[in-house]
Design a protein around this ligand. Structure first.
Ligand SMILES: *[C@@H]1O[C@H](CO)[C@@H](O)[C@H](O)[C@H]1NC(C)=O
Ligand SMILES: *[C@@H]1O[C@H](CO)[C@@H](O)[C@H](O)[C@H]1NC(C)=O
Ligand SMILES: *[C@@H]1O[C@H](CO)[C@@H](O)[C@H](O)[C@H]1NC(C)=O
Ligand SMILES: *[C@@H]1O[C@H](CO)[C@@H](O)[C@H](O)[C@H]1NC(C)=O
Length: 229
């Protein structure tokens, strides 16, 4: 009898463990505003102005995510990627995107952008273009996520990649999501997808309003640029 109910408990526990969003998995809800490191990179109007394709540069590099209770997320990222053989060729990137997130039953989280994201790349050694704006529409999927409560810093969100390694921990700045309106905020385009020799999937974008060509970089081919911050 006792053994039987113990067994039932164990079975229930192991069956539930994959999608078990108990206090053990997340000590608080994921809804809110989260930021890594020195917590200078915060999504919302203080970071990006998509209609103008501008950014307000944070004081330090890092990444921030906001999650709403109706399934919307916003990403803000500012990072440098060094070049050990040419230290002067450090590449700086600021990224903004937003869209829908899903907490999958198997514990994974997927962030699907709606296509109005953009990034500014500053690449001092790129002879063709040292400073440019591109479309940025990268779907992010993490194998799992957890929220611990740190005695000093409070709730801390960890996103784990498929190789099991955690990305930089995200500290909770607020239990409210700081974000721009949940709709398309940049007016981009008609697109033709091509693959370049470098393995990048690029999307030629015709911005009719300005009659200028843009390129969209998708995740494939990013290798060393992903996800360093
Ligand atoms: C953990 O996350 C799940 C899924 O969003 C949610 O249903 C649950 O309420 C959260 N737990 C806590 C303690 O906030
Ligand atoms: C952005 O990516 C999402 C997810 O892959 C896709 O559904 C959407 O069509 C893309 N939008 C653009 C403008 O490429
Ligand atoms: C480092 O910079 C040099 C000079 O611009 C460039 O040729 C090289 O590809 C860069 N290396 C990396 C890893 O980005
Ligand atoms: C969870 O399910 C998604 C969608 O089926 C899949 O792509 C992902 O690899 C799964 N995650 C894990 C950790 O197996």
């Amino acid at each position: 009898m006792l053994l039987g109910s113990l067994f039932a408990l164990l079975v229930a526990g192991s069956l539930a463990s994959a999608q078990d969003y108990t206090a053990d998995h997340n000590t608080t809800s994921i809804v809110g505003t989260w930021s890594s490191g020195t917590q200078n990179v915060v999504p919302g109007p203080g970071f990006a102005n998509p209609a103008q394709e501008t950014f307000t540069y944070p004081k330090a590099s890092g990444v921030g995510y906001s999650f709403s209770d109706n399934g919307w997320y916003e990403l803000a990222r500012f990072r440098y990627v060094g070049n050990s053989s040419h230290p002067e060729c450090i590449v700086g990137t600021v990224v903004w995107a937003h869209g829908n997130y899903d907490l999958l039953d198997n514990g994974s989280i997927i962030l699907t952008p709606i296509g109005d994201g953009y990034q500014q790349v500053q690449s001092p050694c790129n002879k063709d273009n040292t400073n440019f704006i591109q479309d940025y529409n990268v779907t992010e999927m993490y194998a799992s996520w957890r929220i611990f409560t740190d005695v000093t810093f409070g709730p801390k969100l960890h996103l784990f990649q498929f190789d099991g390694s955690p990305v930089a921990p995200l500290f909770r700045l607020s239990d409210q999501p700081n974000m721009l309106p949940q709709q398309k905020l940049r007016n981009n385009q008609v697109q033709v997808v091509t693959t370049t020799s470098a393995g990048f999937v690029t999307t030629e974008t015709i911005v009719s309003k300005r009659k200028e060509a843009r390129h969209e970089v998708q995740r494939r081919g990013w290798g060393s640029l992903w996800p360093v911050w």
